[in-house]
Design a protein around this ligand. Structure first.
Ligand code: URA
Length: 266
């Protein structure tokens, strides 16, 4: 890692932290600006050859803000509708839609993330990248296997350059998630990060203040917590997420499994 990439990573972590806290703008002093300008620029890297990826064919985009009419009566039918959706411009750049996966029959927990990243877009499955590996560890630590629970996202297509989904993209996509929840009937919902909590609760959320405090969605208890991608940048926040997940287990009348003893050597 070069000095430049380390600096960019730290800056990104700081900005994400501020965004999670609810800041929309930041004031930068002239001294800080001067320091920012003094960071050495990286040498340009040679452009990698573009892999031949098959993208979904572009289809006409519906009017902005249009809401999807759910015609599917089963989870499979809804997934089919998602796979051919063109309700917002994100459909044009996706490789795959990512409807969600897991136990559809009243699982203990439905985890809801923001939207697919590059790995999820490539595979059509939620949380399979680095953040997904951390989510898997959290699920295991709670005493579950991933397939016992359900994992979905607020938005079913990857926004370009992993940007946060726009309000009109969330508005267009959210009927799918709501229909999925109505069919899956999870005992509890855990939203991961600010976007998922805001989308489902339909209110502004400062996640650093809202996490750990129970809410309800359509009569289902909902625990907002930090997104695993945020924990990858700020690992010291894992303690707070673990407290939230233990509260989730307690609500389900469960406890985290006892840690296995290390086998004795010799
Ligand atoms: N981040 C998300 O919010 N969802 C995914 O599926 C992967 C990363």
């Amino acid at each position: 890692m070069t000095q430049h990439t380390r600096f960019i990573d730290d800056l990104k972590a700081f900005l994400e932290y501020k965004k999670e806290e609810g800041f929309q703008t930041l004031e930068i002093s002239p001294e800080t600006l001067a320091q920012l300008k003094s960071v050495p620029a990286p040498k340009p890297l040679p452009k990698p050859a573009q892999p031949a990826v098959r993208r979904a064919p572009a289809a006409p985009v519906n009017a902005p803000g249009s809401t999807v009419q759910i015609s599917g009566k089963t989870l499979e039918e809804i997934e089919g509708q998602i796979r051919t959706c063109s309700a917002c411009p994100l459909h044009a750049s996706r490789i795959n839609t990512v409807p969600g996966e897991g136990n559809p029959n009243r699982p203990d927990i439905l985890f809801i993330g923001e939207d697919p990243g590059a790995d999820e877009d490539a595979q059509g499955r939620p949380f399979v990248g680095e953040a997904g590996q951390l989510l898997d560890k959290m699920i295991l630590a709670m005493g579950y296997r991933r397939e016992e629970l359900f994992i979905a996202n607020m938005v079913k297509c990857r926004p370009p350059d992993n940007r946060v989904p726009l309000p009109e993209e969330i508005t267009a996509c959210i009927p799918y998630l709501k229909a999925q929840i109505a069919l899956i009937r999870p005992k509890l919902i855990v939203t991961l990060g600010k976007t998922a909590a805001e989308g489902l609760l339909n209110e502004k959320v400062a996640i650093t203040q809202a996490r750990g405090i129970w809410k309800t969605y359509e009569g289902i208890d909902l625990m907002p917590t930090f997104h695993p991608a945020y924990l990858l940048r700020l690992p010291n926040k894992k303690r707070e997420v673990w407290a939230d997940l233990k509260a989730v287990l307690a609500k389900l009348g469960k406890e985290p499994p006892a840690k296995k003893e290390e086998p004795q050597q010799g």
